[in-house]
Design a protein around this ligand. Structure first.
Ligand code: NAD
Length: 488
């Protein structure tokens, strides 16, 4: 069997029971570069039987090893993986860019985020404290935190390395066994990381598995399996709802990180020299394919003209192209279907509002080989327009205007989503009022897209359930037990 990552394009295997395995069905998934159409690799098109085998292997490893009650081992394992990723960062960044399309600079950023997350949760593995309490004379309660058992992680394609590690690190740090299913569009980068896990001796053999294949079959098999105790899902809100229904099979614990439609709210006293490039970046990074994209701009009417003209300039100077080129600012969309979806929303925008810039697929020369789309800004949309309400997951900024703080807050909260928001003002009281009033898991004041493994992240409303990152993120992967002692 070819070692993972050696041939080009290489064939990627599942990792089950600490061994590289082929799918019993024998089929392969093709992973293609969205900038060029070239094949990046072939991954296993796994079957439900493969998933069941992997779940059993993780369960056996969890039962047979000391993983669940040896935090120092988990600390060593996660640090070991961080070190391997550091050593291989450039190789991983190239695979990530070739498979997902994002710029090479963004790939390095994503992988650095993985390393930081692994280091944080390596340390956190040694801090899973419980509590104790005297309840009555001779009666003591000891509240302990325990691993849940077998956790299934289902990841999306947009930040495939970080969003897998963001859940894998705390799930393992808490002492669980884990089975991962990456998105079908990005199996190569996910399996490349497992290739490094395989090189770290501190992982208990079989405690973590990866199985690649379609969500509708093998993802669903994980969602309904009675042998999986918890599902951590990152992806579309509609898929999240399906996963919730599946989880009723055995009342699984759930952590859901879902979609967003996040506003940047710009007041007249904002520092526009700082705000404009950060607002632009918040929507055009990853070609807008990011859950916390600042996809709505709410701007005070008195500065609208200036803000829009400067954002238009920002959008039009971005260099769009193959992300492997160090000078490119924005790569392609991930697939033909994503391109069609973004185009559809722009057609709605054209019919119901006014396209300020962009709104079309880029064509000609190298552009014809990939799924490139122009950075887009749309204004003058009616209040209930789908472009304002739905997550587009593309480089499309929708603009709205407000006249008062109250109207700004009402517009910011006029959404089914509540993942994040940006507030731009130099008035600290206004910043505080807005931050407290906005129903979102993260509010950035005079900045955007700042994420740290130690700071909780997650959604209000239909943006999710539970929190990832930080101590709360670690606790999501723990059960709580009360052990009661009566001493006489
Ligand atoms: P998706 O829901 O289509 O797929 C996510 C994962 O679920 C994939 O691995 C997919 O194969 C699997 N899946 C699909 N159908 C399934 C089913 N019926 N049962 C089980 N698994 C199934 O999402 P996507 O298109 O990969 O990612 C984009 C979405 O993810 C956007 O909505 C984005 O906002 C969201 N997202 C959220 C966060 C966050 O932290 N809140 C982060 C990144 C992306």
């Amino acid at each position: 069997m070819t070692a993972v990552g050696e041939a080009n394009p290489c064939t990627y295997y599942n990792y089950v029971g600490g061994e590289w395995t082929k799918s019993a069905g024998g089929g392969l998934l093709e992973s293609r570069n969205p900038a060029t159409g070239e094949v990046v690799g072939y991954a296993q098109n796994s079957t439900v039987a493969d998933v069941e085998e992997a779940i059993d292997a993780v369960y056996q490893a969890f039962q047979a090893s000391d993983w669940g009650y040896n935090p120092k081992r988990r600390y060593e394992a996660l640090l070991g993986l961080a070190q391997k990723m550091e050593e291989n960062l450039e190789h991983l960044a190239r695979v990530l860019t070739m498979e997902q399309g994002k710029t090479i600079r963004e790939s390095r950023l994503e992988l650095s985020g993985c390393i930081d997350t692994l280091k944080y949760f390596a340390g956190a593995a040694r801090t899973v404290f419980g509590r104790s309490i005297q309840l009555e004379p001779h009666n003591f309660g000891v509240i302990v935190k325990e691993p849940i058992g077998v956790v299934g992680i289902i990841s999306p394609w947009n930040w495939p390395a970080l969003l897998m590690i963001r859940e894998l690190a705390p799930a393992l740090a808490a002492g669980n066994g884990v089975i991962v299913k990456p998105a079908s569009l990005t199996p190569a980068i996910s399996v490349e990381i497992f290739k490094l896990i395989d090189q770290v001796p501190h992982f208990a053999k079989g405690i973590v598995s990866i199985v690649t294949g379609p969500g509708k079959s093998i993802g669903a098999a994980m969602g309904t399996s009675k042998k999986i105790d918890m599902i951590s899902f990152t992806g579309d809100t509609s898929t999240g709802k399906t996963i919730m229904e599946m989880a009723t099979s055995n009342i699984k614990k759930l952590a859901l990180e879902l979609g967003g439609k996040s506003p940047n709210v710009v007041f007249p006293d904002a520092n526009l020299d700082k705000a404009i490039p950060m607002i632009g970046r918040s929507i055009f990074i990853s070609a807008g394919q990011i859950c916390m994209a600042g996809s709505r701009l709410l701007v005070h009417e008195s500065i609208k003209e200036e803000v829009l003209s400067r954002l238009q300039q920002y959008a039009e100077q971005l260099k769009v192209g193959n992300g492997i080129d160090e000078t490119v600012d924005m790569g392609p969309l991930v697939s033909q279907s994503q391109l069609e979806l973004v185009n559809e929303y722009c057609e709605i925008g054209r019919r119901e509002g006014k396209i300020v810039t962009g709104g079309y697929r880029l064509t000609g020369g190298e552009y014809d080989k990939g799924y490139f789309f122009a950075p887009t800004i749309i204004d003058e949309l009616p209040a209930n327009c789908r472009v304002l309400k739905e997550e587009i997951f593309g480089p499309v900024l929708a603009v709205q205007t407000f006249a008062s703080d109250e109207e700004a807050l009402a517009l910011a909260n006029d959404s089914d989503f509540g993942l994040s928001a940006g507030v731009w003002t130099s008035d600290v009281n206004r910043a505080w009022r807005m931050s407290k009033g906005i129903k979102a898991g993260t509010v950035w004041v005079n900045t955007y897209n700042k994420n740290f493994p130690e700071a909780e992240f997650g959604g209000y409303k239909q943006s999710g359930l539970g929190r990832t990152r930080g101590i709360d993120g670690l606790m999501e992967y723990c059960e709580t037990k009360h052990i009661h002692f009566e001493t006489e």
